[in-house]
Design a protein around this ligand. Structure first.
Ligand code: HEC
Length: 255
């Protein structure tokens, strides 16, 4: 009798031990939610704004489209989604944010994944560093080392970050966080720096000239878009070389 009681006691003890262990470790790898309720509400605000716009415009009911499905998007709805910011600054809203404020809100809302200094936590993306590595076998592509236009970063953060709470940041917050990311990348050295729509284009991105502009519409398209020659296209055909002689297949590592 006392043997089974002992066994029962031991078993309960190990169950309690395992539960305590699980309780302690269960949430270790889960990113914390942003503490700011603004962030959580913003997505609902966005939906409500769209619904309010539709109501205000007295939009026709669903099912009035050509196939009896949906309806035409309202101008206000398109405007709400159309957030594009161009490299020349077109679309940038009026606003500003300092490095120091950026650091504060970055550590609240971004650092859990991207690290306190934008260096990345575990496998989450690094946003800083990697300068001079683009020609390496294993380049580190970050906002600082790789992105040619600052506008892309503004647009991206404003549109899609923080991960899971997209479009919850105010325009000023985006300027501030971007100022901090520039600072973390040593692109801006001054801690007092304030990024705004006015000095936005003055920031020089290290890889600004690292991309080739796609000019195929001018250089290649005309070559392929004319009427094709279908008859007597070449008067005389002459064999000038043979693939075997040309040795078109590399034998060694291909370099
Ligand atoms: C829960 C984790 C998480 C949080 C919090 C978070 N991000 Fe991200 N971030 C990601 C992931 C994941 C990606 C990559 C997404 C992809 O490639 O589709 C990313 C990508 C980015 C990129 C582009 C990186 C690149 O080189 O492609 C930027 C810039 C960025 N985040 C900024 C921010 C900012 C600013 C905040 C705070 C407002 C933030 N993130 C909060 C997870 C997070």
């Amino acid at each position: 009798m006392s043997k089974s009681r002992n066994l029962f006691f031991l078993l309960s003890l190990s169950v309690i031990f395992v539960l305590a262990l699980a309780y302690n470790f269960a949430d270790r790898n889960i990113a914390k939610l942003p503490p700011d309720p603004r962030t959580v509400n913003a997505q609902y605000d966005f939906d409500l704004r769209i619904i309010a716009a539709a109501n205000a415009a007295n939009a026709p009911l669903e099912g009035t489209g050509p196939l009896g499905l949906g309806r035409k998007a309202l101008k206000q709805e398109i405007v709400a989604w159309d957030l594009e910011i161009a490299p020349d600054g077109t679309g940038l809203p009026v606003g500003s944010g300092s490095v120091s404020y950026g650091e504060e809100i970055f550590s609240e809302q971004c650092s859990v994944c991207h690290g306190d200094f934008a260096e990345g936590v575990d496998r989450w993306p690094e946003l800083a560093g990697g300068e001079g590595t683009l020609a390496d076998e294993d380049p580190l592509k970050t906002v600082g080392s790789y992105w040619p236009h600052l506008s892309t970063a503004w647009d991206y953060i404003h549109r899609s970050m923080p991960y899971g709470y997209a479009q919850s940041l105010s325009d000023d917050d985006v300027y501030a966080m971007l100022a901090y990311i520039l600072y973390s990348n040593d692109i801006i050295e001054d801690e007092e720096f304030v990024l705004s729509n006015e000095n936005f284009l003055d920031v020089e991105m290290p890889n600004a000239n690292g991309f080739i502009i796609d000019d195929r519409d001018v250089t290649e398209y005309p070559l392929f878009s004319g009427d094709p020659c279908m008859k007597d296209c070449k008067l005389k055909v002459e064999v000038t070389m043979r693939a075997r002689v040309l040795d078109v297949t590399p034998e060694d590592d291909g370099s």
